[in-house]
Design a protein around this ligand. Structure first.
Ligand code: NAP
Length: 281
């Protein structure tokens, strides 16, 4: 079994992005800028945002974090987004989720200029992705896609099973695999026989949030298995795939941690740079 090393691939991607930022700087005399809005003091969100800021600085992006208390009014956030939409030094805007209950998540997502939507959650980007047009692509499925392509460049005709149908992961993942001419099955909590579906797959992407759901005898020999899950358990952090069992069967597997996670942040930087490049055309 080959371990797909997301840490290594993410480091390579960041190095490429760093070179790209330097080239953009010498060509345009400015660098792409990422602004993250963080609301409240949820510790995991703060850690993610700190990591995002650190990585953005490493590749040479201009990065800024705007922090509001939990009690901030929705109107204040929407006004700040409008201000950032018209700020030419801001290439990408990200509002860290989850939001406090009194703030309407969809309203916030739709307030972001689609050309600065580095999360790829705006309905215009969702629609463009499903229509096969250029768009910002949600960072985690984009990271999974790049890992799969690095390992297996030609996906045409492969049978892929995506476990989970969230807007964040499962649905965009399905679109990316379809675009590569995979035959894709998207599964969810009402799927009748998940094991039987997975046993058909050349590629499995698990984005469920249930620790070690995908077992060794669900995976056919030679399958590529991508584990998106991050689950806190008594044993520590585990994925949605039973690593020990599946590693005995699969051709290739991502570890948790060190698989998809590092790719997510690297893809956020990529999306910021891509938004900048599109704005310069
Ligand atoms: P989510 O929004 O909770 O969606 C979970 C999906 O799994 C839903 O579509 C649900 O089906 C499906 N599901 C639930 N139980 C199932 C079952 N028994 N069999 C098959 N499908 C089932 O989760 P998410 O936001 O996509 O996150 C999934 C996991 O990825 C979590 O562990 C999260 O922490 C992790 N994550 C990792 C990264 C990263 O950077 N590595 C980023 C984001 C998320 P229904 O639609 O029918 O309810």
């Amino acid at each position: 079994m080959i371990l797909i090393d997301g840490k290594k691939v993410a480091a390579e991607l960041r190095a490429e992005l760093k070179e790209e930022v330097a080239e953009l700087k010498s060509k345009h005399n400015k660098v792409p800028g990422l602004t993250v809005i963080l609301i409240g003091d949820l510790t995991p969100s703060q850690i993610y945002v700190r990591n995002k800021e650190k990585s953005a600085n490493e590749v040479g992006l201009k990065s800024e974090v705007i922090q509001y208390p939990d009690s901030v009014e929705e109107k204040t956030v929407l006004e700040k987004i409008q201000e950032l939409n018209s700020d030419e030094t801001v290439s990408g805007i990200l509002v860290q989720l989850p939001l406090p209950n009194h703030i309407d998540k969809q309203k916030v997502i739709e307030a972001i200029d689609p050309s600065k939507d580095v999360d790829g959650f705006h309905p215009m980007n969702v629609g463009n992705l499903s229509s096969g047009y250029e768009s910002s692509i949600p960072c985690t499925p984009l990271g999974c896609y790049l890992l799969i392509k690095k390992f297996e460049p030609n996906l045409s005709g492969k049978k892929a099973v995506v476990v989970g149908r969230s807007n964040l992961n499962g649905k965009p993942m399905t679109q990316l695999l379809l675009k590569e001419n995979c035959t894709v099955t998207i599964t969810h909590s009402k799927t009748k026989d998940l094991k039987a579906e997975c046993l058909e797959a050349d590629i499995i992407v698990a984005a469920v949030g249930i620790p070690e759901l995908v077992r060794g005898d669900w995976v056919k020999k030679d399958a590529i298995v991508i584990d998106v899950g991050i689950n806190k358990t008594d044993k520590g952090i585990v994925g949605d795939v039973h690593f020990d069992e599946v590693s005995k069967n699969a051709k290739a597997l991502t570890p948790v941690p060190g698989g998809v996670g590092p790719m997510t942040i690297a893809c956020l930087l990529k999306n910021t740079i891509d938004c900048f490049k599109r704005s310069q055309i």
